[in-house]
Design a protein around this ligand. Structure first.
Ligand SMILES: Nc1ncnc2c1ncn2[C@@H]1O[C@H](COP(=O)(O)OP(=O)(O)OP(=O)(O)O)[C@@H](O)[C@H]1O
Ligand SMILES: [Mg+2]
Length: 448
């Protein structure tokens, strides 16, 4: 009997687990499972897999369910019908057919597939990957312009504000600035300002002395001290509470931090790269962001274009992600078919590069042969073709449509109804915009 492995794919990567020849393997978030999946969508004891001549999966009463795809339904078309297993219901797992355990995609594979794996091909000439920045694709005119500016700025001391839609690569750019600066041997420290409670933000950034407040049993340096001689990346800086903004400004102005409860300030030498997908100018106007801090952070603004405005990078990015995922899974990197590329080009990518990465990673897992086809990408066409049935991705499509519609409305209102300008702002051809206006019933844009 051949040995099996289970590949588990989440948004941040793929893990492959060896499976025994017989007996039960449990999957869940709790550490006592044989296969631990650390993701909020997975229940503590989510599912069991029974190994033997045939392999069965069973849901153990999970909150988000174990979902499988009946084989008959997915033959000719690219629609996938999903079924949620009832508690205790057993389902035969077939090699290379994915199931969902919460948000994780799990695929049973033959261990021999791993043995056949080859190292990923060296990157082809003409790929947009910058030789000095492995793993970063810079090919479109606008991206090149941003990265060239970034290299120049990196040499100097100024703070940088990085703007761009979600998933457009703001953190990658911040890292690049760090790597290309004289500080590259120093630390690169990341702080996500969203989801940081006001009470914690201050001690997180600036540290505290022993006894500064209840629970401060030992002194603790803050992130600014940790980033000394390096770069600090303040993600979602627009979310910082006003009280912390004041203190941050002081640090930037005198180059010193004072730990909470400390008598004397300490000198720190840190470059700040801040990112936001809010419009900070508007935040300033409405009193939610301090203008003086905005000027301090904004030594230079770099704006990353959305992925839909740099489609010439789609192929290189997709191939990069496919190669990387295949390598992690120990399988031969698949190529992208012509039709798959067409499908990538037709998609609007509201989630930008991150969305592309997720789509491609899933495709590599779903793809059995040597080539990724559109059916593995599971992009919107799958859900659009047969409405009214419970299809994978249908509700996601609804969300994406709503998002796109809202973006279009916002752009039109910003451009006072001028479709040419709005299309430019959205980075879509005017013809596409006009088609979307009809599709969403927005044919008579508001005029100011
Ligand atoms: N130019 C690029 N080349 C290769 N990979 C990229 C590039 N830009 C972004 N990525 C990848 O896309 C994903 C999202 O990038 P990143 O985290 O930098 O985006 P972000 O703008 O900070 O997103 P968010 O707004 O959600 O914080 C990451 O996996 C990153 O590695
Ligand atoms: Mg980010």
């Amino acid at each position: 009997m051949t040995a099996h492995v289970l590949s588990v794919l989440l948004a941040d990567g793929v893990a492959t687990h060896a499976l025994p020849k017989s007996g039960r393997v449990t999957i869940g978030r709790a550490p006592d499972n044989q296969i631990v999946i650390d993701d909020a969508s997975v229940s503590r004891h989510h599912a069991g897999i029974d190994m033997g001549p045939s392999v069965f999966v069973e849901d153990l009463g999970s909150a988000n369910g174990t979902r499988v795809r009946p084989r008959e339904a997915s033959t000719e078309t690219i629609e996938l019908v999903e079924i949620k297993l009832g508690v205790g219901e057993r389902w035969e797992l077939v090699v290379n057919e994915p199931i969902n355990v919460g948000a994780a995609l799990c695929v049973l594979r033959l261990a021999t597939d791993e043995a056949r794996a080859e190292p990923a091909n060296a990157r082809k000439a003409g790929s947009g990957e910058r030789p000095d920045l492995p793993g970063v694709i810079v090919k479109a005119q606008e991206t090149k312009r941003v990265y060239e500016l970034a290299s120049r700025i990196a040499q100097g001391p100024i703070n940088v504000l990085v703007l761009g839609e979600t998933g457009s690569g703001k953190e990658v750019l911040a890292q690049t600035i760090h790597r290309q600066s004289a500080r590259s041997s120093g630390p690169f420290v990341v702080l996500d300002c969203a989801g940081l409670p006001e009470s914690l933000a201050e001690s997180e950034l600036f540290g505290h002395e022993k006894g500064a407040f209840t629970g401060a049993a030992a002194p603790k340096p803050g992130l600014f001290e940790a980033a000394d001689q390096g770069t600090i990346f303040l993600d979602e800086v627009g979310e910082l509470p006003l009280s912390v903004q004041v203190k941050l400004l002081r640090v930037l102005e005198d180059g010193t931090v004072r730990r909470i409860g400390a008598l004397a300030p300490r000198a720190v030498d840190v470059r700040v790269v801040a990112a936001t997908n809010r419009d900070l100018a508007v935040e300033v106007k409405e009193g939610r962001f301090r203008q003086d801090l905005y000027f301090r952070l904004n030594g230079m603004t770099l704006t990353l274009p959305p992925l839909r405005a740099r489609t010439e990078e789609l192929f290189d990015l997709a191939q990069l992600f496919a190669d990387r995922t295949a390598r992690v899974m120990g399988k031969k990197p698949p190529a992208l078919s012509r039709h798959a590329l067409d499908a990538l080009e037709a998609h609007a990518w509201p989630g930008n590069v991150r969305e592309l990465r997720n789509v491609v990673e899933r495709a590599v897992v779903l793809c059995v042969g040597e080539e990724i086809g559109p059916e593995h990408l599971m992009l919107e066409t799958a859900a659009r073709s047969v409405p009214g049935r419970k299809l994978a991705g249908l509700s996601l499509q609804g969300d994406l449509d709503a998002l796109e519609r809202a973006r279009i409305e916002a752009a039109l209102s910003k451009c006072a109804g001028n479709q040419t300008k709005a299309a430019e702002l959205l980075g879509m051809p005017r013809r596409t915009l006009v088609a979307r206006l009809t599709q969403y019933g927005l044919t008579r844009p508001r005029k100011k």
